[in-house]
Design a protein around this ligand. Structure first.
Ligand code: PAF
Length: 293
């Protein structure tokens, strides 16, 4: 297959490295430095012509002839991305944390699957990824595609080193991943700890279980099942720094609004732990000059 990957952060690069073993992968990158280093490794790169207003010219560069578009950009870039006049011949697989993108996607006419990433991956430079925790990519059909087509796609992407699992329904898959992110991400970011701290630090562990309880009550999921999943992912990605911790360390806006903020927005009762972590992460973003108010 010819696969275009939009977003060359840690997940985009990880997927590019594994999928590139069996498919023709083109990475769409923002920065010239990254294009140069990846190209030196023999990776085909298309550089976005307008690095500042990120997606302004993307659609004109995304030509036809691809079999799949893998979109690994952050939630807060999705509005810009979906506003473009994107090619609609090939299917898209969207791999974002949180659930905010569903509403935006439902208004687009794209053939789309959504998926979740359970890998721990740390970008060590523009072309180097430390694969710190092996997990699955789970994917399900979202719109304008037959389940059979989504399943065939997942089988074409799947390898033993980079497992891709097809799910019949997207909602339980995304909700369960949302719980993982709403628990692990803010706490590891606030306390600058690797994911395993959810298990090893008793106070973080206590706060994690309270965040998990709040999120389960909002999403209508069973605490005992989801808490076990959170602990399992904290173990398998134990060495990893969560994406929120990486965003804070590298002075970027985090995805807290589409993860913990999503839970807050959908809760009917007060959610003191979510309330606190959203404001605490906003405070860090503000101090780093990436949040205005
Ligand atoms: O956002 C992240 O960092 C990842 O989704 C996960 C699974 C929590 C691993 O770090």
């Amino acid at each position: 297959m010819k696969i275009g990957i939009i977003g060359a952060g840690s997940i985009g690069l990880l997927a590019g490295a594994y999928l590139g073993e069996h498919h023709e992968v083109h990475m769409f990158v923002k920065k010239e430095e990254q294009r140069r280093t990846l190209a030196a490794e023999g990776i085909i790169c298309e550089q976005l012509t307008e690095p500042v207003s990120v997606y302004a010219h993307l659609a004109t560069q995304m030509s036809e002839g691809y079999d799949l578009w893998l979109v690994t950009i952050k939630q807060h870039a999705m509005d810009d991305f979906l506003e473009q006049d994107l090619p609609d011949d090939a299917p898209y697989l969207f791999l974002q944390n949180g659930m905010g993108h569903l509403e935006k996607l439902s208004q687009s006419g794209l053939k789309s699957c959504v998926g979740v990433v359970e890998h721990g991956a740390l970008a060590k430079g523009p072309n180097e990824i430390d694969h710190r925790g092996k997990g699955n990519i789970q994917m399900a059909v979202y719109k304008k595609m037959e389940p059979m087509h989504g399943q065939a796609l997942s089988m074409a992407l799947h390898t033993a080193h980079f497992p891709v699992v097809f799910k019949e329904k997207y909602e339980p898959m995304l909700k369960s991943k949302l719980i993982i992110n709403t628990v692990i991400n803010p706490l590891t970011a606030l306390f600058s700890q690797p994911n395993r701290s959810i298990l090893t630090n008793p106070s973080i562990n206590e706060m994690a279980s309270l965040l998990c309880e709040e999120a389960c009550s909002v999403l209508g999921l069973s605490f005992s099942i989801e808490w076990e999943r959170v602990k399992e992912i904290a173990e398998t990605t134990g060495e990893n720094h969560s994406s929120m911790l990486k965003d804070i360390t590298e002075n970027r806006l985090t995805e807290v609004d589409s993860i913990c903020g999503y839970i807050l927005d959908h809760g009917k009762n007060p959610l003191p732990y979510h309330h606190f972590v959203v404001h605490a992460i906003h405070a860090l973003e503000y101090e780093r000059g990436v949040r205005k108010r």
